[in-house]
Design a binder for this molecule. Structure first.
Ligand SMILES: [Zn+2]
Length: 261
């Protein structure tokens, strides 16, 4: 197993608020990987579903490992799964379901079904509010519509892998949201991210991987896992002129405030 040197923390400090450990790319290494991560400083992981089947996979992992929690929901790229919001409601009754997610809008993936995407997103935001659960929101090239729905329903939650402007981040925070920062912050082309991070109150920042995708530099393109979050934390620490440990501790506390672990 390959870990960055920074991961040898000797104490559990890392909360990965967004992962996909039911993904096929972890088949064959999943159990060994998860156990080593937990032994090497990863305190808690939220594994996010993209449809009904993956929600069951996420909940099974949460049943198996004390340090794993699940989010259940229908991702905008998975509408053809025909998972209903009522199915999500039933799955969300599980004791280790801590959020409705991953839900949202993706106009890069498809701009032909915007109305359907918005309808499914809104239904799930309403469900989260009914169940008093936070939302984990995916927004790709759909900033205005995402913000409009957030402002309309005012759920608790996080805009994951945030890709908007500093102004949008500030507006989302004002509406009650947290801002999720992932490996993209380490990419050379993530030019807006330092200003986004500075525009967000520190108590509203969360760290995440979105693994198996979006491994931070210098592992960009490799299979990502929660251990690489230290590299994201290091970059955020540089931007905020804090220590990496401080950033890991702060963002873990922030996750504790948003999600009920
Ligand atoms: Zn994701």
């Amino acid at each position: 197993m390959i870990y960055p040197d920074e991961l040898k923390l000797k104490q559990n400090l890392i909360t990965d608020t967004h992962a996909h450990y039911d993904d096929k790319r972890f088949d064959g290494i999943r159990d060994e990987l998860l156990l080593s991560l937990h032994e090497n400083g990863v305190d808690r992981i939220i594994t996010c579903a993209v449809d009904g089947a993956s929600a069951k996979g996420a909940l099974a992992l949460a049943d198996k490992y004390s340090f794993i929690y699940a989010a259940v929901g229908i991702h905008p790229e998975n509408l053809e799964s025909k998972t209903s919001t009522e199915e999500i409601r039933a799955l969300a009754a599980h004791g280790k379901c801590v959020a409705i997610g991953e839900i949202g809008l993706d106009y890069y993936y498809s701009s032909d079904n915007k109305e359907e995407q918005k309808k499914v997103f809104e239904e799930q935001v309403v469900l989260a509010n009914e169940l008093s659960l936070p939302v984990i929101v995916h927004d790709r090239e759909a900033h205005a519509d995402t913000l409009e729905i957030i402002k309309k329903y005012r759920p608790k939650g996080v805009l994951h892998c945030f890709s908007g402007s500093p102004e949008m981040a500030a507006e989302a925070v004002k509406a009650g949201m947290y801002i999720g920062v992932g490996g993209v912050v380490t990419f050379k082309n993530a030019k807006k991210m330092p200003d986004v991070i500075k525009a967000v109150p520190k108590e509203r920042l969360l760290l995440e991987t979105d693994c198996p995708y979006l491994a931070p530099e210098p592992y960009r393109g490799a299979l990502c896992h929660s251990g690489y979050i230290t590299l994201t934390a290091k970059k955020v620490a540089e931007i905020l002129t804090e220590s990496t440990e401080e950033v890991l501790k702060l963002t873990s506390e922030n996750a504790q405030n948003l999600f009920t672990f």
